[in-house]
Design a protein. Structure first.
Length: 561
């Protein structure tokens, strides 16, 4: 399958121009640089497919680099989850896995170099004082009272910061650029801060840690990245990216080009990692891999395939303009992929007994259903037909509305792959609820036998034998939010959590579905696509998650709400 980089876009045009001019000697090296402070989400998939896809298309390499400069929020769990998600999407970094912490010594040396050249200084102002002096978008900043410290004093303080002499927040190291710059990112940004905290890889060796804007560009240069691709919110940071590398031009092997593209904005979702963390920590979802989450671990458990997500990133394309992508585009990509690959099976999600009065009590016979209607080479499976069956309650209506062609008193339908039946009576309990339906069948109408199609009926419903069907837990997932833009207004995004985003039912399934392996996907006829849960499925005890319905019903449901 093609990647999102295959279609023509402005980034490919830049690379093509670079190759024609010989700027990088035909070399293309990209990177995907996540922070290990949470799980990747569907928005990251766009960047993964772009960076790894371009590298592959131009016979280059894509690096996986962890920006582990904030140990307060980072954990090995996140590193492992990120690696797992990138591999699951179908990409391999080979030997090119890196960590910003690999460069801590070099970053520190570069910081001293900036001090020695009068390009950085230690500021002893509080965080609030620095904010107040920074200015606004309309007003220039004001120089810190510590900006004119001598090089000797700055070096001494910075080395003592590293030695652990000072508490958190007492000093920072700032780049000395221009406090009157119209770009607020160039107003002497902080490039080092004190954090007395254990780092997952370097232990307690460091108590000062570099900031992202300082670390990222240098890491790119040290790894000889050619095209540093990032989302549009970093466009205003590009002058700082270039400033740092310009100061170190004789110290680093190259000066990569930062290129910005529009991030993915998906309706009925939140893309803020902070908000995803809030959902997890407040137990509003069942963890990072909850199938309702838009994390890659979540959508994988939901039943999305790598192929569907790669198709989605290809379909939405790459541009410089921010826009919203409707959730239906993603869902349609999954339907398109699963329609080809998913074997068909029957599940009765809301069972109702159907008794065929004129069918012999102990008789059984075999009916045959295709494993895939468009792929006859996949063969057929056997369904056992008996006197008592399960059908879905939705397939019976005591007082049918106009245009209802399924089963109702006196009406006929075809039991798919089997016979035509006619409803003769219904049985209700003391509360007036329908417990069973009595029917008669026409023995001359069995599907697949000569003359069976001579008599036509409009309704066609699915069924399972009560003798052979087995019960299993089915989780019916829907969108996590009721509003397309849950974090766009003044209301707290959690206000729009969908109370019906998860429903659990005990359904009856074909017996073969109890032999499945985790992550096997099927189409339950007329109900949608379902995956055997990768966590909770065990031998002989499947748990199925609904990945997506057979068609987009959300607009209709939302309208009724």
């Amino acid at each position: 399958m093609t990647t999102s980089s295959t279609a023509s876009n402005f980034i490919r045009n830049i690379i093509e121009d670079d190759n024609r001019s010989g700027k990088w000697n035909q070399r293309v090296e990209t990177r995907f640089p996540p922070e290990p402070n949470g799980y990747l989400h569907i928005g990251h998939a766009k960047s993964i497919c772009l960076n790894f896809g371009l590298a592959k298309d131009y016979a280059g390499f894509c690096h996986l680099r962890f920006d582990d400069t904030n140990p307060e929020k980072e954990a090995q769990e996140y590193v492992d989850a990120i690696c797992d998600s990138v591999k699951w999407l179908g990409f391999d970094w080979g030997k090119h896995i890196y960590y910003a912490s690999d460069y801590f010594e070099q970053l520190y040396a570069f910081a001293e170099f900036l001090i020695e050249n009068g390009k950085a200084y230690v500021d002893s102002s509080s965080a609030e004082e620095i904010r107040q002096l920074r200015g606004t978008l309309n007003q220039p900043g004001i120089n810190s009272p510590y900006r004119d410290r001598t090089i000797k004093e700055n070096l001494d303080l910075f080395r003592r910061m590293r030695a652990g002499e000072f508490p958190d927040g007492s000093h920072v190291l700032r780049a000395k650029i221009d406090m009157s710059s119209p770009n607020i990112n160039l107003r002497d940004p902080v490039i080092y801060r004190i954090r007395h905290i254990h780092h997952q890889r370097t232990g307690d060796k460091w108590c000062i840690y570099p900031m992202y804007d300082f670390t990222h560009c240098i890491s790119d240069a040290l790894e000889k990245i050619t095209h540093s691709l990032c989302t549009l919110e970093f466009e205003d940071h590009r002058p700082l990216y270039d400033w740092v590398l310009d100061q170190l031009q004789d110290k680093v092997p190259c000066h990569p080009q930062q290129i910005e593209f529009a991030r993915l904005n998906l309706t009925y979702s939140v893309m803020s990692k902070r908000k995803l963390i809030e959902l997890v920590e407040n137990k509003l979802v069942d963890g990072w891999d909850d199938p309702r989450m838009n994390t890659l671990a979540g959508v994988r458990r939901r039943g999305y395939t790598p192929e569907a997500i790669r198709l989605f990133t290809e379909r939405i394309g790459i541009s410089k303009a921010d826009s919203w992508i409707d959730m239906t585009v993603l869902e349609d990509c999954l339907r398109e992929d699963l329609n080809e690959r998913a074997l068909r099976r029957i599940g009765v999600l809301n069972p109702l007994r159907l008794i065929i009065d004129n069918y012999p009590e102990n008789q059984e016979e075999e009916c045959y259903a295709p494993n895939h209607p468009q792929q006859p080479e996949l063969g057929k499976r056997t369904l056992s037909f008996t006197k008592t069956l399960y059908i879905d309650q939705d397939d019976f209506m005591e007082n049918p509305s106009k245009g209802y062609f399924r089963l109702s008193p006196g009406a006929e339908v075809r039991l798919r792959y089997a016979y035509i039946v006619k409803c003769t009576s219904i049985i209700k309990n003391d509360r007036g609820q329908i417990e069973a339906i009595h029917c008669t069948y026409d023995p001359d109408t069995k599907s697949g036998t000569p003359g069976a199609d001579a008599r036509k009926v409009k309704g066609n419903i699915h069924w399972l034998s009560t003798k052979y069907a087995r019960s299993a837990e089915i989780r019916l997932y829907d969108r996590l939010f009721t509003q397309p833009y849950p974090d766009a207004g003044e209301q707290d995004f959690k206000t729009y959590l969908n109370p019906d985003s998860k429903k659990i039912v005990m359904a009856y399934l074909e017996p073969s579905l109890f032999e499945v392996q985790p992550e096997q996907i099927f189409q339950f006829e007329r109900h949608g696509y379902f995956i055997a849960d990768r966590v909770d499925t065990s031998p002989g005890k499947p748990v199925f998650n609904r990945a997506v319905t057979l068609r987009d019903t959300w607009g209709k449901i939302a309208g009724q709400g």
